[in-house]
Design a protein around this ligand. Structure first.
Ligand code: SF4
Length: 398
């Protein structure tokens, strides 16, 4: 299967889609969406039609809202911005069609404050007659501004913090009303589905790191990671790893180029679709240091409302920093494993639940990096500089 197909989302504007959708009964529209196999592109891969049906089930005659998430929380994966600047018409038409499907009369296009060009393109596309009121709303900046329930808090003028689910936004979302939250990339499929009965077969991906042509590409879902690298001109040198899914995604060995870029296959490989970033990590990189840097970022970006993530990210960061500073102990791996399990089981949102995939994959795929740091007290790549002179200790540890 080739990685690239004729770009659909990025280049095919489906003219007349909003009017064509209006001629369809809601059941017929939902059937088309179901047949397309459209799964949410925001990371979790939940079927869009199921979300729409859940919102409709909760309709009680009051307001229903729709939020198109174009926030691009991961700075390394500007998918929504790219989509809006290249094909804003499809995103806006997709919002109008989804609004019709759920019965929403108010919709929001939620953007990162830095997405100036994308915002201008969206404003231009909004000049068309759409039959729904669409407002552009700006998030606060920072990673958590893009989380599903945190963005609802932002739209209610509160801090970008996640909240417990259930209740899900489909029943109690914006202003406690049924709300459809879907990514801009997901919604951009709807005009193509209505006009061409298209199957949702491609996915935007951001290829970064040690490749010849970093950038945003549209690839066939299920392409192999190696094919995606080829799409970006191939590796620019020898590789050590492939970091897939953005800041909370796992790191696979560079030999795992046959892993398929698909929601389910990535989960089996120990990572996830997340922000759909594929980052090529150059040979000579210390993976323990890499994992510590990722956890330092996550500790900074955590919304801090729940303990497993607020404390867990900081502790993991500290243990990893101690390890690459020559202070590691044999028991550290078991301790990291236990912390990862706590985060996965008890964190409130996907951020804390998925972050341990960094630990799971790096300990599985790069055991020598950990072993050499812990047992031989040296960096396997000769690049780490100690940043801690004392270990991170607690009262109780394995
Ligand atoms: S897992 Fe992290 S980001 Fe998510 S709610 Fe808890 S503290 Fe916030």
């Amino acid at each position: 299967m080739p990685a690239s197909t004729a770009p659909r989302l990025l280049e095919t504007e489906a003219g007349g889609a909003v009017a064509a959708a209006r001629d369809l009964a809601v059941d017929a529209l939902l059937e088309l969406i179901e047949k397309s196999g459209l799964r949410g592109r925001g990371g979790a891969g939940y079927p869009l039609v199921d979300k729409i049906r859940a919102v409709r089930r909760n309709a009680d005659g009051g307001p229903i809202y729709l939020v198109a998430n174009a926030y691009d929380a991961d700075p390394g994966s500007p998918l929504s911005r790219t989509l809006l600047t290249r094909n804003a018409g499809n995103v806006i038409a997709g919002i109008a069609i989804a609004a019709q499907a759920v019965g929403a009369t108010e919709a929001y296009l939620y953007l990162h404050p830095d997405a100036v060009e994308a915002r201008a393109a969206a404003e231009e596309a909004l000049a068309n007659e759409l039959g729904v009121q669409i407002e552009i709303a700006l998030g606060p900046g920072g990673f958590m501004g893009g989380e599903e329930t945190a963005l609802l808090a932002v739209l209610e003028s509160r801090r970008a913090m996640a909240r417990q689910r259930p209740p899900y936004p489909a029943s109690q979302g914006l202003r406690m009303r049924p709300t459809l939250v879907a990514s801009a990339e997901t919604l951009a499929w709807l005009p193509l589905i209505v006009v061409e009965q298209a199957r949702a077969s491609t996915k935007l991906v951001s290829v970064t790191g040690a490749v010849v042509r970093p950038g945003v590409y549209e690839v066939t879902l299920g392409s192999q990671l190696g094919e995606i690298l080829t799409e970006a001109g191939g590796a620019s040198g020898k590789l050590k790893g492939l970091h897939v899914g953005g800041p909370t995604g796992g790191i696979l060995a560079s030999s795992r180029t046959d892993t398929r870029f698909d929601f389910d296959d990535l989960r089996v490989a120990g990572t996830h679709m997340g922000s759909a970033q594929v980052r090529a990590i150059a040979a000579g990189t210390c993976i323990v240091n890499e994992a510590a840097t990722l956890f330092a970022y996550l500790a900074k970006e955590s919304c801090a409302i729940c303990v497993p993530c607020r404390v867990g990210t900081k502790r993991v960061q500290a243990i990893l920093e101690s390890t690459y500073s020559g202070l590691g102990r044999d028991t550290d791996l078991a301790w990291l494993d236990e912390l990862g399990t706590h985060m996965e089981r008890f964190s409130l949102c996907g951020f804390g639940i998925t972050a341990p995939s960094i630990l799971r994959t790096t300990m599985r795929e790069f055991p020598d990096d950990y072993r050499i740091h812990i047992q031989e007290k040296r960096c396997p790549e000769g690049v780490c500089k100690p940043i801690r002179s004392r270990r991170y200790e607690t009262m109780v540890q394995p």
